[in-house]
Structures are given as C-alpha cells and as structure tokens.
Design a protein around this ligand. Structure first.
Ligand SMILES: C[S@@+](CC[C@H](N)C(=O)[O-])C[C@H]1O[C@@H](n2cnc3c(N)ncnc32)[C@H](O)[C@@H]1O
Length: 304
C-alpha cells in the first residue's frame, strides 16, 4: 500500500500538521484529514470541503456518503487517483473543474473549462427573480450570458409554468448548458449570440436575468489562480466592469413586456452605478439585494 506522505506533494516548507497515525491501510477519514490539512497550509479557502469533494469523486460516492464510510480502507488504485487530484488542486485548479460538477441551488451542474463555475452569490439573483415573478402567471424568462445554464435551469425548475430562454455568445458554453438542462429534465431554448440580440425574435419577456462579466479588466491579473483559469469571456467586464451591463440595460426595455423586470448580478461596489444606469434607462422601482456576506449583489428594476 502506497502511503500518502507529505513529501509526495510539493509544498511550502511548513511544518506538517499533526500527522495522522492511522492503522494500515489509509481510511477515508485519514485521507480527508490529511488532505484538508495540506490545503489549509496552502491557504485554500475551503480545505475540508475540497478534500471531501475530491475523495467523494474518486470513490464515486455522493459526498454525504463519506460520513458513513469514514472507516473504509482505500484501495491501492484509489489513493494514487486522489493524490493526483490533490496535486492539481494545489496547483490552482478549481475543485469544481477537477470533479466536473458544482452544486447550485441544491442542483448539480456539470461544469468544465468552457464555463464559469456557478457561485453561491448568484443564488441571490435566483431569489430576486423569484420575488420579481411572484404572481406573474406563465412568465417568459430570459437568462443572458447563461454559461453553465445554472440560472436558466434553476428558474425553469422553480417555475414549471415558465417559458425559459437562455443566450450566450459562447457556443462552447451553450453545449454545457444544454447538457445541464437535459440532466434536470427542463426545457430551455438556448440561443447563441451577442447579449440580447438572439432574444429579439422571442420577446416580450416578463423577466430578464443576467450575471454578466463584471470584473474590471485591470483586476483580472490579480484574481486567484482558480478564477484565472475560468473563461476570460466570462470574467472581463471592461474598464469599470460595467461594459456589458451598460449595453444590456440599453437593450432590455425593447424586450420587456409592460411591467417586466431586469435583474442583474453585479460586483462589490457596483450597485450605485448600476442603479443609476437603470434609472437613466427608464426603469422604475430599482431594488438592491444583498448576498449572504452582506454585499450588494443584485440590482433590479421594472418597466412601467
Ligand atoms: C459571469 S459568466 C455567468 C455564467 C452563468 N450565468 C452563471 O451565473 O454562472 C458570464 C457569461 O456571459 C457570457 N458572455 C460574455 N460576453 C457575452 C456577450 N457579449 N453576449 C452574451 N454572452 C456573453 C460568457 O460567455 C459567460 O458564459
């Protein structure tokens, strides 16, 4: 049995955390603890979760099943597979890309390097969409810049009475999104093209949601490595981060039904500027919604 020893994974010369002293062979819990400690040393934000996701992936188990299999010994083939993923995680790859999936709103989405990994912050946009659609029968929803399809698919699940469209300029991202709609058994019409352009023929909409790239071009180089490997097309929002938001705010009124709404995810510090854009664009009732960290994350406005 190969043992996972500290020297097998390149790392900074920090003292090893309390080394597990498991009985031979390594168990699920041993390897999770060992890995979480290594990840913590490297400053990885969620070391235990990432360790569990990697081990669950190699063992082909739902993560929750690990908890009833902590004492299970790992086989000689499982351990090297886990070690390979640990190395890649430590080299900066995101755990979602390594395991090929990410949970969003309690649903599992396939992800790979063609799409942005859906973030928990974006669930704030789902909450705002739900609120804006309350009482609207059979709404027509558009998700602009759909990426993995996380928003479009989640909204289609939450509102089975809705007709859902989703667009992206990236044909590769749309392939991933189509797969996710299939996986969750929902019907979404996917359209390729620049921002709202492919949606014109399908207007009017009750609601347009969009989590467009909003990172300032100048900030891209300083992003953590796991974010830098995501598609630049999904990140770069131009000089002030609002290039695409500005264009969508301009285009949306022509696509919305009377009383329809536009809801946008934004970056920290962009709420005031985005509200100003909505007001200048003739939107009423501008609202801001915070994410779990208390950051203004979503701005929305309604049409007369
Ligand atoms: C920040 S990602 C969001 C993905 C997904 N909606 C989510 O919330 O996880 C932005 C998406 O917008 C797409 N995008 C970038 N520029 C675009 C454009 N001009 N028109 C349409 N989509 C665009 C990117 O390809 C990417 O999939």
């Amino acid at each position: 049995m190969t043992r996972l020893v500290a020297k097998s994974v390149p790392g900074p010369s920090v003292p090893a955390p309390v080394p597990p002293s498991p009985p031979q062979p390594w168990t699920v819990l041993d390897v999770i603890r060992w890995t979480a400690a290594r990840f913590a040393e490297r400053g990885i934000a969620s070391p235990r979760l990432d360790a569990e996701l990697i081990v669950a992936h190699v063992l082909s188990l739902p993560r929750v099943q690990l908890y009833v299999q902590f004492d299970r010994p790992l086989s000689a083939t499982e351990l090297p597979d886990i070690r390979a993923l640990i190395k890649r995680r430590q080299a900066g790859e995101s755990v979602a890309y390594l395991v090929g999936k990410k949970e969003f709103w309690g649903l599992e989405f396939a992800v790979d390097a063609r799409v942005l990994v859906p973030r928990p912050d974006t669930e704030t946009l789902v909450e705002e969409a739900r609120a804006r659609l309350e009482g609207a029968p059979a709404p027509r929803i558009a998700d602009v810049g759909t990426g993995s399809g996380a928003l479009a698919v989640t909204l289609a699940k939450l509102r089975p009475d809705a007709t859902v469209f989703a667009s992206d300029v990236s044909a590769a991202a749309l392939e991933v999104a189509r797969g996710n709609a299939e996986r969750h058994g929902v019907t979404v019409t996917f359209l390729e093209g620049d921002l709202a352009a492919p949606l014109v023929a399908h207007a009017p909409f009750s609601l347009i949601v969009a989590n467009l790239p909003y990172i300032l071009s100048a900030d891209l180089a300083a992003l953590p490595p796991e974010v830098r490997v995501e598609p630049r097309l999904a990140l770069d929002g131009g000089a002030d981060g609002l290039d695409l938001v500005r264009r969508l705010v301009d285009a949306a009124p022509a696509l919305l039904a009377p009383g329809g709404a536009l809801a946008l995810e934004i970056g920290a510090g962009q709420a005031a500027a985005t509200v100003a854009l909505l007001v200048a664009g003739g939107f009423l009732d501008p609202r801001t919604r915070q994410d779990l960290a208390g950051v203004d994350r979503v701005v929305s406005g309604g049409r007369p």
